[in-house]
Design a protein around this ligand. Structure first.
Ligand SMILES: Cc1cc2nc3c(=O)[nH]c(=O)nc-3n(C[C@H](O)[C@H](O)[C@H](O)COP(=O)(O)O)c2cc1C
Length: 190
């Protein structure tokens, strides 16, 4: 479908999307670090920067560990990804160990920075919740006090025809609800 903004916004925000077709090529260390650099500049409450990323490039000893966290559906299209990432966040403020209410919100902002940067660089960046969160904690040696938030598949764009058949039909940009369904003046509206 052709995406159309109701109100004028930056082109990048409208054009970014989550393809599944990737070519199987690797990305450079420079490109990967540029993505994390984008994540680095996200805003966060008290500038606490609670996001953490654990990543694995394909063809490294870490790949299988991250790949095996994914549900079969996500495994079916991420075999051609270049990098898998697990996004985590620190639950508490470092100076007093009190709960940091917005740790997930802040990690979400950093993931979106990464996604937008990746799209601008011509890369596929695709968020995933279809994986085993408990297993991720165990296998990645995540300490107590951190939340496993999501995973990300990153790669170079590939041909839609190389995806499993049922995914080829879903390989297109999606629409969004209109603004008045989620932005309310004054009080919450149902
Ligand atoms: C946190 C998060 C989890 C997601 N989980 C999955 C997933 O497990 N598998 C998948 O194929 N897509 C997943 N997606 C992709 C979403 O379905 C996609 O972002 C959404 O449909 C909007 O489409 P767009 O990103 O192309 O604009 C996820 C996206 C986000 C942000």
């Amino acid at each position: 479908m052709q995406r159309k903004a109701q109100f004028p916004i930056e082109r990048l925000l409208l054009d970014r999307w989550s393809p599944r077709a990737m070519s199987g090529e690797s990305i450079t260390e420079q490109e990967l670090m540029t993505l994390f650099e984008a994540a680095r500049w996200a805003p966060s409450s008290y500038n606490v920067q609670p996001w953490r990323f654990v990543y694995a490039r394909r063809d490294t000893k870490y790949w299988t560990t991250l790949f095996n966290l994914l549900v079969p559906f996500n495994q079916s299209w991420t075999t051609t990804a270049a990098v898998l990432v697990v996004v985590l966040s620190k639950n508490t403020f470092p100076w007093n160990d009190k709960p940091a209410r917005t740790h997930s919100f802040d990690a979400g902002a950093s993931w979106q920075n990464l996604a937008l940067q990746g799209y601008a660089m011509g890369l596929v960046v695709h968020g995933m919740e279809g994986f085993d969160y408990e297993k991720a904690k165990r296998e990645l040696a995540v300490p107590d006090g951190y939340t496993v938030e999501a995973m990300i598949a990153i790669g170079r764009p590939g041909k839609k025809e190389q995806l499993p058949k049922e995914l080829q039909e879903r390989e297109e940009k999606s629409d969004r609800h209109p603004v008045n369904l989620f932005a309310f003046e004054g009080t919450f509206k149902h």
